[in-house]
Design a protein around this ligand. Structure first.
Ligand code: GUN
Length: 299
């Protein structure tokens, strides 16, 4: 079997084109554009590159965006004060505020993320947004999790009654994705099971023991750990959909968590790295920023 590719780049392009029209409608109605402010702490090359992708996407869809660079030596108190200042009126309407992660080790990341007002938390990391998602009434859904669900929906890969195995229990990807895919169908969900919900979900992590035993049971396998080559062909059930969320730099090249070549001989579907989940994460951030602007609806 040679897997069909889940082309996240192409889908993100289609989503961006439709978002661009919605942004124009917003701008015509309210006389301003949605605005995203990204806080970039330190000089990690990977973070700078992700932030650049976000700024470029914002420009493509017509969202105003600013990057606020901060020295790696900034303290937790400095960053909390900055986030609060960005959220105050005198700095202009920042509909969405995003603090690029990871922060330097001396910084209390939770304290900084909790300072982002929940109605501008386009990452969906604030406990209020995480709580809303867990109760089945999401507001801002974390972008990578939303992007993976959208890829499954777009490819019409059934989730209802299927077994999803997620490797990785992070607050950014694993946990919100498990909640999303296991959720009850929202109004308008297609009746044929391709709505990205109603799945049975297993979350695996570093203490899961025989990982292969669990991953081989997956109809849909999601790898979100950040370890190159973690998922090998013998860990995948024939015909399964394999979604690779990992982004690792190996000898200057970007690779995922999945051993792509051999796994694509076994899987029914596979997402590449780069060009899979990454562009979808960025597209969903643009969607969350427009949603934040619509929630605020300020002239
Ligand atoms: N670093 C890696 N992924 C993310 C993300 O989704 N949001 C933020 N803020 N930082 C990240």
């Amino acid at each position: 079997m040679t897997a069909r590719m889940l082309d996240g780049r192409a889908l993100a392009g289609r989503l961006e084109r439709s978002l661009q029209q919605e942004v124009e409608t917003f701008a015509a109605m309210f006389g301003r554009r949605p605005r995203l402010v990204v806080v970039l702490v330190g000089d990690m090359a990977a973070s700078a590159s992700y932030v650049k992708s976000k700024s470029l996407a914002a420009a493509r869809v017509g969202i105003d965006s600013d990057v606020v660079p901060v020295a790696a030596t900034a303290s937790t108190a400095d960053l909390v004060a900055l986030v609060k200042a960005l959220a105050s009126e005198k700095h202009g309407p920042a509909d969405g505020i995003l603090v690029q992660l990871p922060l330097p080790p001396h910084v209390d990341t939770v304290a900084v993320l909790d300072a982002v007002p929940p109605d501008r938390d386009v990452d969906g990391f604030h406990p209020e947004n995480a709580g809303l998602l867990s109760q089945g009434r999401p507001r801002f859904i974390p972008c990578t999790a939303a992007g993976v669900q959208r890829m499954l929906i777009d490819a019409e890969i059934p989730t209802a009654g299927k077994h999803v195995v997620i490797v990785g229990r992070s607050d950014i990807v694993g946990k919100p994705l498990a909640l999303l895919l296991a959720s009850r169908p929202p109004v308008g969900c297609p009746p044929d099971g391709t709505g990205g919900c109603d799945a049975s979900v297993t979350i695996c992590h570093s203490r899961s023991g025989d990982l292969g035993h669990l991953t081989r049971q997956a109809d849909i396998l999601v790898a979100a750990v950040g370890r190159p080559g973690l998922i090998t062909a013998d860990m995948v059930r024939k015909g399964a959909a394999v979604i690779d969320v990992g982004i690792n730099r190996v000898e200057g090249k970007l690779v995922g968590d999945v051993d792509y070549g051999p796994v694509s001989e076994v899987a029914g579907w596979i997402s590449p790295v780069p060009g899979g989940v990454g562009p979808m994460t960025v597209a969903m951030l643009m969607s969350n920023t427009l949603l934040a602007a619509e929630i605020r609806r300020r002239p």
